[in-house]
Design a protein around this ligand. Structure first.
Ligand code: MN
Length: 528
């Protein structure tokens, strides 16, 4: 009997033919492992998982286990999980089964109590009979627990109760939510969500389901030790990297020039955070293979020599002479490839490849003119901030790394570009009317008298704005950096303030400030 049938049935393994989830030989003599994962999916719950006969027998406990012997927690028996999932901590991409964030809330060992004999001492039999007693030895959970089935549901989805016995480990009033940190990393769900180390892809075979999002210290050191060309093993891929000592960005005043090695390293460091904004989207590359001081060019067609493992999207609507094959960055190594290809700017489409005519964001582009000073632009940004707050809309804001500011408003699925474009135009005209001497609505730049433009026209298919965390071709490798809305009032903010040197520390400090744009359920309210 294959115990992982249900796990597999819920996931789509049709993409790859490899077998998945072969149970290991059970070790029935020694202690067994347990893990409790705090999982924020559609609803917060704790996944209580016991190693039994080579799988993780699992219950979802909405309020979490407790040491309080006076409290019984509802527990829902869910499908067995593979042992590969045992110490998973990270994020499950939105839209996949269990999408959300996961921490290893507790782990340790357990055993049937020594006083239990016969079937009660055999976990599989005890679970089948609907009553399991277990002595737990974790960091948080200790002592004697009991799981009791209260109601059988269809296909094993039974209602159970989880309770703690009155013993020396019992603590009155003990609540799991008062102990929110991971026993693996010391981090909370929020902290892991903001800066995940791993992703779980439940739609992939088990061997590739657990994806490392971060280049290891050894991998980064290997890049530093490499000669000017070589093969870099990173994120599980072998990547050809070239001309590593070439200067790609001239020095900023008081700084050092930025080499291709620095840039490729940054791409590897930033890839995990950038990925949610690139995945499922065609990527237009703005290439400067000879450096930021030269003229760049757009490169959209993925070349034939690109590695096979890169994800491609064939645009079904490409006319003759138009780009047919686009790169889709689906894994961190792909962004490293992009960097080595000399693409200093990453421009993902505003729509996803499965619905290219449906934007997922409405884009507000505050584009300064020659006579717009930074204070003027900040004023325009604050007016938009106030308008969005008034409309109770969530949005992300970022500096462009050059002179501008952009605001991305996530929208519900199913809108067309005409709708987001019309909505942004109306919003920006309303805001612009407050400060008519700062803004021009003239199409031609030469007619704008140096005034700022509130550019709604980028809300169109295959028109793009630079991705969050992308570099810009300027001195010191400036980055289009997400900011907090309160940073608009920070006197030290400038549009090109953040560089590839600052971003790792800034992320560790502030997390990914752009995450609010990833929700896809926000209705744009009518503006009149
Ligand atoms: Mn779960």
């Amino acid at each position: 009997m294959d115990r992982l049938t249900t796990y597999r049935r819920k996931r789509d393994f049709t993409r790859t033919p490899e077998p998945s989830g072969t149970p290991e030989t059970p070790d029935t003599n020694g202690e067994r492992r347990f893990v409790v994962q705090r999982h924020r999916a559609r609803r917060l719950h704790y996944d209580f998982r016991l190693e039994v006969d080579g799988v993780l027998v699992s219950w979802a406990v909405p309020k979490g286990p407790t040491l309080d012997p006076n409290v019984r927690r509802a527990a829902f028996h869910v499908e067995d999980h593979p042992l590969e999932y045992f110490d998973f901590e990270g994020v499950i991409p939105a839209g996949q089964y269990g999408g959300g964030d996961v921490i290893v809330w507790d782990m340790g060992t357990w055993a049937p109590p020594p006083d239990k004999k016969g079937p009660a001492a055999d976990p599989a039999k005890a679970i089948a009979a609907g009553e399991l007693h277990l002595d737990m030895l974790g960091e948080k959970l200790r002592g004697r627990f009991v799981l009791v089935r209260t109601r059988s549901g269809p296909s094993g989805k039974d209602d159970w109760l989880l309770l703690h016995k009155h013993d020396e480990f019992a603590v009155d009033g003990w609540d799991a939510e008062d102990h929110p940190r991971s026993v693996l990393s010391g981090r909370t769900n929020d902290e892991v969500k903001a800066d995940p180390d791993r992703e779980w892809h439940s739609d992939k075979p088990l061997a590739t389901a657990n994806v490392a999002l971060k280049a290891s210290a050894q991998e980064l050191a290997a890049l530093d030790d490499m000669r000017k060309d070589g093969t870099w093993h990173v994120f599980g891929r072998d990547l050809r990297v070239t001309n590593l000592d070439k200067v790609l960005f001239p020095a900023a005043p008081g700084g050092k020039p930025v080499t291709k090695r620095d840039f490729v390293r940054y791409a590897a460091q930033i890839a995990p955070v950038s990925l949610p904004y690139l995945r499922n989207r065609a990527l237009n590359l703005h290439r400067f293979p000879n450096g930021a001081q030269t003229k760049g060019f757009w490169h959209k067609q993925l070349p034939d020599h690109a590695p096979d493992w890169l994800t491609r999207w064939e645009n079904p609507e490409a006319d003759k002479g138009e780009t047919t094959t686009y790169l889709v960055v689906e894994e961190p190594a792909a962004l490293v490839w992009v960097a080595n290809f000399g693409a200093l700017e990453w421009h993902p489409w505003t729509s996803m490849i499965d619905a290219p005519h449906e934007p997922t964001y409405a884009l507000i582009d505050l584009d300064p003119g020659e006579s717009t000073d930074w204070q003027d632009l900040l004023l325009l940004a604050r007016l938009h901030r106030d308008a969005l707050a008034h409309l109770r809309l969530t949005a992300g804001i970022k500096v462009t790394g050059r002179r501008g500011i952009q605001i991305w408003v996530p929208v519900e699925k199913g809108l067309r570009f005409e709708q987001t474009r019309g909505w942004v135009e109306q919003l920006s005209r309303t805001v612009g009317a407050v400060v008519p001497d700062l803004v021009s609505w003239k199409w031609q730049k030469s007619d704008r008298r140096g005034l700022a433009r509130l550019d709604y026209t980028q809300n169109a298919i295959n028109k793009t704005l630079v991705a969050p965390y992308s570099t810009r071709p300027g001195p010191g490798a400036p980055v289009s950096a997400p900011i907090g809305w309160d940073e608009l009032d920070d006197p030290d903010l400038t549009p090109d303030r953040f560089t590839i040197n600052d971003m790792p520390g800034r992320l560790a400090d502030k997390g990914d400030l752009f995450q609010p744009v990833l929700r896809q359920n926000q209705k744009l309210p009518p503006l009149r």
